[in-house]
Write a protein that binds this ligand. Structure first.
Ligand SMILES: Nc1nc2c(ncn2[C@@H]2O[C@H](COP(=O)(O)OP(=O)(O)OP(=O)(O)O)[C@@H](O)[C@H]2O)c(=O)[nH]1
Length: 268
């Protein structure tokens, strides 16, 4: 059983699904393996069942998972919080949303999220729980970076969320940091049972912000492994984490003092 505490560092934070303005190079990774698997499972056939050539541009995207289609937003994700419905939002993005061009491979418009934090704090587990609803108790260190892609549909608008899982090991920091640029959200993970990992989140944030615009990126501070801490330990750590969150907000120079807490309890 594990529990996660996330502290969002903006008061009026939009959902994590803001579309990206600049295209990314197509990386190789598990998403492509997934796409390959899904295309093998659903071969294109003619009426006789024989494989046929796709006419024109072939859509190689896997279908959006049913639980990723949000016809109605939950109350906590108010419509006003959605970036693309803001009146004064960037016209290119608004236009792309209206034309449903936000998730195409050709233009590769995606939202990029980077997940950083100390070695073994649970970054990979967090992403795996979100994307695959799995938990692996065996530790396999991330080498450099890995990534997952999740497709969403919010109020009829397609979004692609790209989650970059970076290595916490010092020797891979150089490689991992080259993937920080162009993030819409930074998730900084610490272990609720390890004060040092919370302290180090400031340095992780500083490194990530070197490559991103501090005023526009969304920050999330996430504590992992709650199942391994006692209620007293947790309460103490939560207090410290809130202090760190406030400090981070100062670094980001956000005008509002609001800090939003997300409590997430993934199943064992
Ligand atoms: N009990 C418990 N164990 C967890 C939790 N999250 C992660 N772990 C374990 O902690 C270890 C490290 O998890 P990872 O997700 O691989 O950690 P990481 O931050 O990606 O590590 P690096 O790739 O080295 O940076 C694994 O053995 C996980 O099973 C949790 O919430 N509860």
């Amino acid at each position: 059983m594990s529990h996660l505490l996330g502290l969002e560092l903006r008061r009026e934070a939009p959902p994590l699904l803001g579309p990206l303005l600049s295209p990314f190079p197509l990386p190789s990774g598990s998403w492509h393996r997934q796409m390959l698997r899904s295309s093998l499972r659903f071969p294109i056939t003619n009426s006789a069942g024989a494989p046929r050539k796709a006419a024109g541009r072939m859509n190689i995207l896997a279908p959006v998972r049913r639980d990723r289609v949000l016809a109605e937003l939950p109350q906590c994700l108010r419509k006003e919080a959605a970036l693309h419905v803001h009146k004064d939002f960037h016209p290119r993005v608004t236009c792309a949303c209206q034309e449903h061009r936000t998730g195409t491979v050709g233009r590769f418009k995606i939202s990029k999220v980077i997940v950083v934090g100390d070695l073994s704090v649970g970054k990979t587990c967090l992403i795996n729980r979100f994307c695959k609803d799995t938990f692996d108790k065996n530790y396999k260190a991330t080498i450099g970076v890995d990534f997952e892609m999740e497709r969403f549909e919010v109020l009829g608008v397609p979004f692609s969320l790209q989650l970059w899982d970076t290595a916490g090991q010092e020797r891979f920091k150089c490689i991992a940091s080259t993937y920080y640029r162009g993030a819409q959200a930074i998730i900084i993970v610490f272990n609720l049972n390890d004060v040092a990992s919370l302290e180090h989140t400031k340095q992780w944030l500083a490194d990530a912000l070197k490559e991103n615009d501090p005023s526009s990126v969304l920050l999330f501070l996430v504590g992992s492994k709650k199942d391994l801490s006692t209620p007293a330990q947790y309460a103490l750590m939560e207090k410290d984490a809130l202090k760190v969150a406030q400090e981070m907000k100062t670094v980001q120079r956000l005008p509002s003092p609001g800090v939003l807490c997300h409590l997430h309890s993934p199943r064992a």
